[in-house]
Write a protein that binds this ligand. Structure first.
Ligand code: C2E
Ligand code: MG
Ligand code: MG
Length: 679
């Protein structure tokens, strides 16, 4: 049967007159408006005369013929459906304010609904208008709003069933055995809310609630009040479903808190967490473990960024797997990681855990068919929540990490106050050096290089000195390494080259035939700006082509050989010569030395100091220099015996205190003029 034919039959004679077959006989005689509403068809199927009058219909027939659908909002339709299904399971009645629109005029009536089974077995509802309200329009509107809103509004006794549920709440809450407590997924949320209610009378929170659609996050607003009907204490609860919003916010939060590459927490999260720790009165001592990957730059440079990323991801994964769930791991950026161990008694236990972690991380990382060896350097510092600041502790751990690097990498160091003092001195020195570079407080002193056979000065080495306004002359060992680490060496190195070349030009113009050698640090060498500086200098008028020698250390040669060779060739093509300084102490591959365009090997002074015991090594270097066509120079010659030994073994040149300490340019000229050695 189609719904249309069913409707026609119902309209024709849904209930026969005569004996009270429809159970509506009593209702027909009442003065109170009573009607039966077929929810499925949205039509009134029975109505007593009072109801017809209320609806402004001339007869029951006329009223039956009205299709109510057009005047009904979707929320009302949904609510009626809900009542219909409620009537199937219970005998409950509902009392509600209903605004009717007979002939377009609004009339608000309080209606009691109860279930009514139609002859065909379907559930309809019998509606009884108990009173027409004469309320103020404002009250009517607020009552209407309560019915139509999507906000779940309910009134609960402290224990037991709800006293009132608005339609939205009735739709959402599973009403079976419903109580205030049973609403909550986590009873602790309920307890916390009740606690606040007792304290303040009202509270707002977000909690998970049982609903017919499953567990949902709701923004709950609760108020202590009195039930208007009984005067008993009650709780007025308003709930708004914020599940989607919360999930979106959680996802956004997750993204904001996490490092994209490794999925670990990021710096911002770590900082926020430590701030919270400071606010927690119960928080105890924690250990901040700062670590980074040894020579990570090399992995990135040589194997590519994919390999670098893979190493970082593996480190993150293995670290997480090694630690307990309550230990926090964050990646600060680059190859820097931090672990926070909360509630530690001392650093012993932490050191043991780190030893296990280092071991787990030392298993090579497989990548692109090969394996990458990984080790970490670690710094540990203690965080006392009520005394320390996050940034200070992180800096302490970083200082300890620096000490691990200095100590040879692949180790852990616990921060000490002395380290802090040393680091502070280093920071101060760095600042002072920056100023000194800007104020041009550096000069070169010159130390002669003697041709051993002729006894003549054939070259000089320019050695930098800092003319400190208070401390006087500061020697390079006190500041070159800091300049290297901080990058200041680029500016300082350029200044040294300018000073040295200017001096060489001046000497050449004065008729002195001297090679000038100048030191270039590893970092300065690897910086491409060096080539430009050298080009600029070589383009100067009077540039003594072939007379400026650059001293690089042996370790520079052990990097990317091709790149180094190319760079050295370019430099020699510009008219510079290349010397290897402190030769014999580095790790250069002796057999590969011939590949580089070298003009001079300077034997490290430690070998000269140990003559004649170190004789075999010194002889080997002299032979090697001879084979590659480079001049050999012995550094640190302090005694006649050493000079004599070197002369006997055909070392070409000597430099050392025996001849003179490095001298300022004017003293150097005086030294030459004294005729210590003719040139
Ligand atoms: P270096 O290049 O090996 O310079 C030789 C060092 O040995 C100089 O120390 C010199 O004064 C010292 N020396 C010379 N003869 C003797 C001797 O007979 N006995 C002993 N014990 N020492 C002797 P200085 O000037 O203190 O320089 C130390 C180091 O600082 C240099 O070693 C070099 O590595 C670095 N340096 C100096 N000037 C510069 C510069 O302009 N740039 C860079 N990057 N490094 C520089
Ligand atoms: Mg040198
Ligand atoms: Mg040297």
């Amino acid at each position: 049967m189609t719904s249309a034919t069913r409707l026609m039959q119902q309209q024709a004679a849904p209930f026969r007159e005569g004996p009270d077959v429809d159970g509506f006989g009593v209702a027909r005689r009442l003065n109170v408006p009573v009607w039966v509403f077929d929810v499925d068809e949205s039509r009134i199927v029975l109505a007593n005369p009072a109801a017809c009058a209320l609806w402004g219909a001339s007869s029951e027939e006329v009223l039956r013929g009205r299709d109510m659908r057009s005047d009904m909002s979707s929320t009302v339709a949904k609510r009626l459906k809900q009542y219909q299904s409620d009537f199937l399971t219970s005998d409950e009645t509902f009392t509600e304010l209903w605004t009717l629109y007979p002939n377009g005029e609004p009339r608000s009536v309080m209606v009691v609904y109860r279930g009514y089974v139609l002859p065909d077995g379907r559930m309809a509802m019998q509606c009884e208008a108990v009173s027409e309200t004469q309320d103020q329009p404002q009250n009517l509107r607020s009552a209407e709003a309560l019915l139509h809103t999507d906000v779940l509004i309910s009134l609960f006794s402290h224990e037991g069933p709800p006293l009132y549920l608005n339609p939205a709440a009735r739709n959402s809450f599973s009403t079976h055995n419903l109580s205030f407590l049973s609403l909550f997924v986590d009873y602790r949320d309920c307890e916390a809310l009740k606690e606040q209610l007792e304290l303040l009378g009202e509270h707002r929170t977000v909690a998970r609630i049982h609903t017919v659609a499953g567990q949902r996050w709701c923004d709950l607003s609760a108020k202590q009040c009195m039930d208007a009907a009984t005067g008993m204490p009650a709780i007025l609860l308003t709930a708004i479903d914020v599940t989607e919003l919360k999930e979106a916010r959680d996802t956004a939060r997750h993204l904001a808190d996490r490092d994209q590459l490794t999925g670990l927490y990021n710096r911002a999260y770590l900082q926020a967490h430590m701030t919270k720790l400071k606010q927690n009165r119960k928080a105890r001592k924690s250990a901040v473990v700062f670590f980074d990957v040894d020579r990570f730059k090399l992995i990135n440079d040589r194997l590519g960024h994919d390999a670098g990323d893979r190493v970082l991801q593996q480190i993150a994964y293995r670290t997480r797997a090694q630690l307990r769930p309550q230990d926090l791991v964050a990646r600060l950026g680059g190859d820097e990681f931090v672990i926070l161990f909360e509630n530690v008694a001392d650093t012993k236990d932490v050191e043991q855990r780190i030893a296990r972690l280092s071991q787990a991380l030392s298993v090579p990382v497989s990548h692109g068919g090969g394996e990458i060896d990984v080790s970490i350097s670690v710094g540990i510092a203690l965080f006392e929540p009520h005394k320390s600041e996050f940034n200070d502790v992180l800096r302490d751990a970083d200082i300890a990490l620096y000490a691990s690097k200095q100590g040879g990498r692949n180790r852990a160091t616990v921060f000490t106050e002395q380290m802090g003092t040393a680091a502070k001195a280093r920071d101060d020195l760095e600042l002072a050096l920056k100023d000194a570079v800007d104020r041009d407080e550096f000069v070169l002193h010159y130390q002669p290089r003697l041709d051993i056979r002729s006894g003549k000065v054939v070259a000089v080495e320019g050695l930098v000195r800092w003319l400190h306004p208070d401390k006087g002359i500061v020697m390079p060992n006190a500041f070159i390494s800091v300049c290297e680490e901080t990058g200041l060496i680029d500016k300082l190195g350029r200044r040294v080259l300018e000073l040295g070349v200017a001096q060489a030009i001046a000497w050449q113009e004065a008729g002195l035939d001297l090679n000038v050698s100048l030191n270039v640090s590893p970092r300065q060498f690897s910086d491409d700006r060096l080539l430009r500086t050298l080009e600029d200098l070589a383009a100067q008028p009077g540039f003594p082509t072939g007379k400026i020698e650059l001293e690089i250390t042996e370790n520079v040669l052990s990097g990317d050989t091709q790149m180094v060779t190319r760079k050295l060739r370019k430099i020699t093509e510009m008219g510079y010569r290349i010397a290897i300084d402190d030769f014999g102490t580095g790790y250069s591959n002796l057999s590969s030395i011939s590949r580089f365009p070298l003009t001079c090997l300077k034997i490290d002074r430690s070998f000269i100091a140990q003559l004649p015991y170190s004789g075999p090594i010194v002889r080997l270097i002299i032979t090697l220099a001879d084979q590659i066509g480079a001049t050999v120079v012995s550094e640190g010659v302090e005694t006649e015996a050493q000079l004599e030994w070197l002369a006997r073994h055909h070392c070409a040149q000597a430099q050392g205190y025996l001849m003179t300490h490095p001298l300022p340019p004017e003293d150097f000229i005086a030294y030459l003029q004294k005729g210590a050695a003719g040139c």
